[in-house]
Design a binder for this molecule. Structure first.
Ligand code: BEZ
Length: 396
């Protein structure tokens, strides 16, 4: 579908839904100049990923505030839905934001399954969608589409370098443990691929249903298999519990634990000593030495009285992307072709380091190796420079 067809599809979708009755009588250009830009936030505000949703919203709002509170000269209005990290409610929630709230942009979500439901609605309706976290590969892979952009990562990216890192540290046999849903499964697949290429092998895959945190039986199994190391994907509240349980089971000193960096993002105060020394790979680290990161961290801490994390950075970058594209198009969100083209050409001067969009609409970015030191994720190396997701199956 080309951009004109997308625009037409969105208008048809809105008329069918009755959302444009009355409003459609105004000329497009008049509406574009006068109305507020309507941003639909579909994020988790309850459950294991609640803190992640809040950080994304905070980061986004900080970027908009720093841009003078307007996008392309237009004031902004927010419409929020708590998606509960519940994929079965995702299409209804997204449809409601589009038809009832008439949002111009759909922003979400954290959970890969929820993002896939939103993607379906964004494709059907032609609504511009920005993904500020969820790593589901298909969104910028086999199901990529012109009106969907991601400002975060694919599940493939953060863990792809981890296997090499672990093999270089002498680990040849690893167990991978994670939640049984797309983010965990895709992280496992990417890790296995990278680890095998470096001469390692995943000897056992262990799963718990999302979002449960009953790890005891699996920790007992890890102890009995005795791999060289364990790698994992957990985030939010689940990451706190896993890291604490791993240490409490006496495994931390015996079988080194590694993870995609979400394991220690935004949760270090809650993990305490159990997290000290953990090595992870991610596209951000607290201690990144660039002026943008320093300015961002201090502005965020001042505004929200808490330290930012990768989720806050992704929200912030979503705001930067919107600002760039709408400034360039003078706030004319209805000119989707121009907005898409501006987003495709955007270079984001991010706290994580400068990044640009891949052909498939996903960041090409550095992945850092980090170690938890005195409650901070410290960068110890660039694990992979300018890593681009392979975007298998995307034909943009
Ligand atoms: C995901 O579901 O894609 C995801 C959730 C939290 C952190 C990273 C990825």
């Amino acid at each position: 579908m080309n951009d004109n067809q997308l625009g037409r599809r969105r208008r048809e979708f809105m008329i069918q839904a009755g959302a444009l009755a009355g409003a459609s009588l105004l000329p497009v250009s008049a509406r574009a100049q006068a109305a507020k830009l309507r941003l639909g936030l579909m994020l988790p505000y309850t459950g294991t990923y609640a803190q992640l949703g809040v950080a994304i919203e905070n980061g986004l709002k900080l970027a908009l505030e720093q841009a003078g509170g307007k996008l392309g000269g237009r004031a902004v209005e927010f419409f929020k839905v708590d998606d509960e990290s519940e994929p079965s409610k995702a299409t209804d929630n997204a449809n409601r934001l589009i038809t009832r709230d008439r949002v111009d942009v759909l922003i979400g979500s954290v959970h890969s399954g929820v993002a896939m439901g939103m993607l379906k609605v964004a494709k059907e309706s032609g609504t511009l969608m920005l993904i500020p976290n969820a790593g589901a590969g298909a969104a910028t892979g086999a199901l990529c589409t012109p009106n969907v952009f991601r400002t975060s990562f694919t599940n493939w990216q953060p863990v792809h370098p981890l296997g090499k890192v672990m093999a270089e540290r002498g680990h040849k046999k690893a167990i991978f443990i994670t939640w049984k849903y797309a983010a965990g499964e895709e992280s496992l697949a990417s890790f296995s691929e990278g680890f095998a290429a470096a001469g390692g092998a995943v000897v056992k895959e262990l799963f718990v249903p999302f979002p449960t945190v009953e790890f005891q039986a699996l920790l007992t199994e890890i102890a009995s298999v005795k791999p060289d190391a364990v790698a994992c994907f957990f985030a939010g509240g689940g990451a706190v519990k896993f890291v604490k349980d791993y240490a409490a089971a006496g495994l931390k000193e015996k079988i080194p634990l590694y993870g995609s960096g979400f394991l220690t993002e935004g949760v270090l105060p809650a993990q305490g000593d159990a997290a000290e020394g953990l090595l992870t790979t991610l596209h951000y680290a607290d201690s990144l030495e660039n002026p943008r990161n320093k300015a961002f961290r201090s502005a965020y801490a001042k505004a929200y009285k808490t330290e930012p994390d990768v989720y806050a950075v992704q929200g912030f970058d979503t705001g930067l992307l919107l600002t760039q594209a709408l400034d360039k198009t003078k706030g004319d969100i209805g000119n989707q072709k121009a907005v898409i083209s501006a987003m495709e050409g955007a270079v984001i001067d991010s706290p994580r380091g400068q990044w640009k969009m891949s052909r498939a609409h996903n960041p090409i970015q550095d992945i850092y190796l980090r170690r938890v030191e005195q409650g901070d994720n410290k960068v110890i190396a660039v694990a992979w420079k300018a890593l681009e997701d392979p975007a298998r199956g995307c034909r943009l």
